[in-house]
Ligand binder design. Sequence first.
Ligand SMILES: [Zn+2]
Length: 119
Amino acid sequence: MTGRRVMTGGCHCGQVRFECTSDLAMVTACNCSICTKKGLHFTFLPPNSFQLRAGAESLKSYLFNTRTINHQLCGECGVDVFARGSRGDGSEVIALNVACIDGIDLAQLTMTPVDGRNR
Ligand SMILES: [Zn+2]
């Protein structure tokens, strides 16, 4: 998968829908507690490459640990769709759960190991 392209996606029940632009060059395989327990693989996007198209009212926030990452879950089906966080310089970043992209095949992605457990 090469080149930036526009993709659509959403949660399992379909209430939450988004559009994003990404090359999926960097997808995490993180060993932290939440990524491990939920099987999450994130890619990071600037806020202008991610548009929530539907379901803002269905989203529930989940905060833990340092509470700096605001995980956004569908209140109906419980799927983690994305998270809002900030980079070291304070700029906003969207962590998108790549499994929510329409038609994604996780086995075709190159995963980048991230040692979130020891951060
Ligand atoms: Zn849902």
